[in-house]
Design a protein around this ligand. Structure first.
Ligand SMILES: [Zn+2]
Length: 291
């Protein structure tokens, strides 16, 4: 199939919706997951595409539960469902891959819908029963929500915000390495927002905890949905105000100030961490030649 390349060039307008259009199931793009892996067509080694089907019966693959309708991508109905057999062998010409691996191989718009799909499927699976009284929940018509018919508790998809921050000091930025990072790879300070905190509070607390410094007021940069499993990364920049690096050894293996000329390996282009670092480099007229 040639569609992968041409679709990469499409506009990729996604219109979310909860209730499918009337008139029965419509053919569309099917985001079918085997655990956290997405079933894709692989017409060529580098490119992949989400299959366009009348329905999963086209592939002869059984589903765990009724599919979720997601909305339309460039007018195509999009559906998400989980495959029953975790060991299922993909049909010929298809394969199952994790979303990280598919970034850059799927058209960007399909990758974003796949991130939405995997989060909604996890929510659908994890909220079949009321968390308060254990009654089976019902879908709430017209909303992405489940309601308990006994006590009325309503559950919406969970989103867990995390902050990530690029800290500047003179002509250097602070990069840190977690214990689990690949050797030589550095990233930015990041962490989950706690109950009762503003995003700015979370930025200050994470920086104080992890690297022991104080910063000037953080400035919002941008955000990125992070479906691993239901995060959103909120990016900030901030200037160093006081203190020297003192790492929290339970979290970090290493942290230091790096100038443009001696940057170590930084996160891949998939991440908002990289967008923050690229924007900092671009402001100095430089580009970072790492993938
Ligand atoms: Zn209940």
């Amino acid at each position: 199939m040639e569609a992968g390349a041409s679709r990469a060039a499409s506009i990729g307008v996604f219109a979310p919706a909860v209730d499918p259009p009337p008139g029965g199931p419509h053919p569309g793009r099917w985001f079918l997951f085997r655990d956290a892996e997405l079933l894709v067509q692989e017409p060529r080694r580098a490119a992949a595409a989400v299959p366009r089907l009348a329905g999963p019966a086209d592939l002869g693959v059984p589903l765990h539960a009724p599919p979720l309708y997601l909305g339309t991508l460039d007018g195509d109905p999009c559906w998400a469902a989980r495959l029953i057999d975790g060991d299922a062998t993909p049909p010929p010409g298809m394969a199952c891959h994790g979303l990280r691996e598919l970034h850059g191989r799927l058209p960007e718009a399909e990758w974003a819908v796949a991130g939405r799909a995997v989060q909604l499927l996890a929510w659908d699976r994890d909220h079949r029963f009321c968390g308060r009284c254990a009654t089976p929940t019902d879908p709430l018509p017209g909303e992405r929500a489940k309601r308990c018919p006994t006590c009325g508790l309503t559950a919406f998809p969970r989103i867990s915000p995390a902050v990530i921050v690029l800290i500047e000091r003179d002509d250097a930025i602070l990069l840190a390495r977690g214990h689990q990072f690949a050797a030589g790879r550095f990233g930015l300070v990041a962490g989950f927002v706690e109950a009762g905190e503003s995003l700015e509070d979370a930025v200050r607390r994470e920086i104080a905890e992890e690297v022991g410094i104080e910063i000037a007021a953080p400035r919002y940069f941008g955000s990125q949905p992070w479906p691993f499993p239901h995060g959103i990364m909120v990016g900030f920049t901030a200037a160093h105000a006081a203190g020297e690096i003192r790492i929290q050894e339970s979290e970090l293996a290493e942290a230091a100030w790096f100038r443009l000329a001696d940057l170590p390996r930084v996160p891949p282009r998939l991440s908002i961490a990289r967008r923050l670092i690229d924007a900092w480099a671009a402001a100095r007229g430089a580009t970072i030649g790492q993938p």
